[in-house]
Design a protein around this ligand. Structure first.
Ligand SMILES: *[C@@H]1O[C@H](CO)[C@@H](O)[C@H](O)[C@H]1NC(C)=O
Ligand SMILES: *[C@@H]1O[C@H](CO)[C@@H](O)[C@H](O)[C@H]1NC(C)=O
Ligand SMILES: *[C@@H]1O[C@H](CO)[C@@H](O)[C@H](O)[C@H]1NC(C)=O
Length: 374
């Protein structure tokens, strides 16, 4: 045994058995770490699903019901994970889904997320309800690719002002969330008496009371009357591409295409809204089939491994987005933790491609998967 191999052995021993953050090698390790290190109230809020949490859990289980059909002898000595979303190149097809208030998990919250996303060359959908303003998030990583998640608020002026600000900040698309006419019922948040940050802590609304005379619309901004005509209103307001997030049926996918949007995110809000809806990976095929390549289709919910990403792409997703794992990464080490989460998914996805016989993204297709009978 050479000194070199002894050092490598000791290094492996240290990382495997002794190091704590160093031994986080898959997303579920980060999940466990976050569960142990966040307060119970914060953990419960992030982990929450609606009602019985059936859909939240089914999002993960549904991936495990899908089997892969790998091809052999394909010369996978070189593997290319690059792709594009709305014409912009990203290093691999995993982006960051919009989630509220990253300071729940790390002191500088979204600023770390923004830097990590840029470092890993992927797409970050920043939430309207971020704990940093769109301006601050941009300043943290000026060259990063960002889309802005938006609601159509009761007070349309508030939505319009956000659109104007992110246009000026060079955001590349608007992601309109459509599955929250009302907030879902999350039992632990009720039991814990979880309080949303007050409106002034939502940094995008920092000066909203100066901009708006309507304080009611700040404390209760969501508008259950929103319908497709409001999508027209938004299209008329901006030249940014519009992506609809929260579609689960072919009927709505058809309507989205007819209304001229540029993309669809198949999403059930991480199982936090209507419990009992389809797992997103189960809803994806009918939507891809309805859309027939006319717009890009993305999916979020339950992606925890590189082979999950491979399955989603085989079923027609252009790119996947991850939500809760970003909080786990932030909890462990802020920017570094988010980078590790993305790096792990990148490496696992690349390995899965190689083991399945795919050299590049365009070789991933429907023949790669089969729905298990049990
Ligand atoms: C709010 O106003 C202050 C003072 O003018 C400014 O520094 C800050 O950037 C503004 N915040 C937002 C989110 O526009
Ligand atoms: C579109 O915008 C124009 C100019 O702002 C406005 O006059 C018109 O009423 C808008 N149309 C719709 C359908 O909102
Ligand atoms: C992917 O690989 C195939 C087979 O080698 C090749 O024909 C195709 O051009 C590649 N596509 C891209 C986008 O590189």
């Amino acid at each position: 045994m050479t000194w070199r191999s002894l050092f490598i052995f000791l290094g492996l021993f240290w990382t495997t058995f002794l190091g704590s953050e160093m031994s986080l090698i898959c997303l579920s390790d980060f999940e466990e770490y976050a569960r142990d290190h966040l307060s119970k109230v914060t953990w419960d809020f992030i982990a929450a699903g609606a009602d019985d949490c059936f859909t939240r859990d089914d999002n993960l289980l549904a991936f495990k019901r899908i089997r892969l059909r790998p091809r052999m002898l394909c010369d996978v000595s070189e593997i290319d994970t690059k792709t594009t979303v709305l014409g912009k190149e990203i290093a691999f097809p995993v982006g960051i889904a919009p989630t509220i208030n990253h300071r729940l998990a790390w002191p500088d919250g979204e600023l770390s997320t923004s830097r990590a996303s840029d470092a890993m060359n992927t797409c970050y959908i920043t939430s309207t309800f971020s704990s940093s303003s769109a301006e601050e998030i941009t300043a943290a990583a000026p060259n990063g690719l960002r889309w802005f998640q938006l609601y159509i608020f009761r007070n349309r002026k508030m939505s319009e002002q956000l659109v104007r600000r992110v246009e000026a900040l060079n955001y590349k698309a608007l992601v309109l969330t459509v599955d929250v006419p009302y907030g879902g019922k999350r039992r632990n948040d009720i039991r814990n008496n979880f309080k949303f940050p007050k409106y002034f802590e939502v940094k995008n609304f920092e000066n909203a009371s100066e901009r708006s005379d309507d304080l009611e619309s700040l404390t209760n901004p969501l508008d259950p009357s929103v319908s497709w005509k409001d999508v027209h209103w938004l299209q008329n307001l901006t030249r940014l591409p519009i992506i609809i997030k929260g579609i689960l049926t072919k009927e709505d996918a058809e309507l989205a295409v007819e209304h001229g949007v540029q993309g669809i995110i198949v999403s059930n809000h991480g199982g936090r809204q209507l419990d009992g809806v389809l797992a997103t990976i189960d809803a994806l095929p009918e939507i891809v089939n309805a859309v027939q390549g006319r717009v890009e289709v993305y999916v979020d919910g339950g992606i925890r491994t590189g082979s999950d990403v491979l399955k989603a792409l085989a079923l027609g997703a252009r790119c996947v987005f991850i939500g809760r794992p970003i909080f786990w990464g932030l909890t462990s080490q802020g920017e570094e933790g988010v980078r590790k989460i993305l790096q792990i998914l990148h490496d696992e996805f690349r390995l899965s491609m190689g083991l399945a016989g795919c050299k590049n993204i365009s070789e991933i297709n429907r023949n790669l998967v089969q729905f298990s009978k049990v």
